[in-house]
Design a protein around this ligand. Structure first.
Ligand SMILES: Cc1cc2nc3c(=O)[nH]c(=O)nc-3n(C[C@H](O)[C@H](O)[C@H](O)COP(=O)(O)OP(=O)(O)OC[C@H]3O[C@@H](n4cnc5c(N)ncnc54)[C@H](O)[C@@H]3O)c2cc1C
Length: 77
């Protein structure tokens, strides 16, 4: 048996280095990129550009922001 909390926080420790009581945060490997976990964003549009993908999100207060990515994976349930 394992709790969802434990699974979630182990994955977060590996993904964006979130510190919790559940586990140690793995040491960063030289040259690895950065990751951030953003709350409270609703993706409202995805547009393919020539080299990248533009992701438009609605954040708190109805404000919209754009992010640019090489690869977008949607996992909306
Ligand atoms: C009542 C219930 C009980 C369950 N019990 C179990 C169980 O005991 N064991 C088990 O193995 N499975 C269980 N499941 C199934 C399990 O919860 C799902 O299979 C699993 O959560 C799917 O994971 P996911 O990451 O694909 O989607 P989700 O966990 O649904 O995550 C999708 C995320 O995408 C977000 N999202 C959607 N649209 C947008 C958008 N436009 N912009 C930004 N974010 C967006 C949502 O807010 C959500 O946070 C249960 C499901 C329910 C409903």
């Amino acid at each position: 048996m394992v709790s969802w909390d434990l699974l979630y926080f182990v994955l977060r420790a590996c993904f964006d280095g979130l510190k919790t009581k559940y586990c140690e945060v793995p040491k960063a490997i030289e040259g690895e990129g950065e990751a951030s976990y953003e709350y409270g964003r609703k993706v409202v549009g995805i547009r393919e550009l020539e080299e990248q993908v533009e992701v438009e999100s609605e954040i708190e207060g109805g404000k919209r922001e754009k992010d640019f990515a090489d690869l977008v994976i949607a996992a909306d349930g």
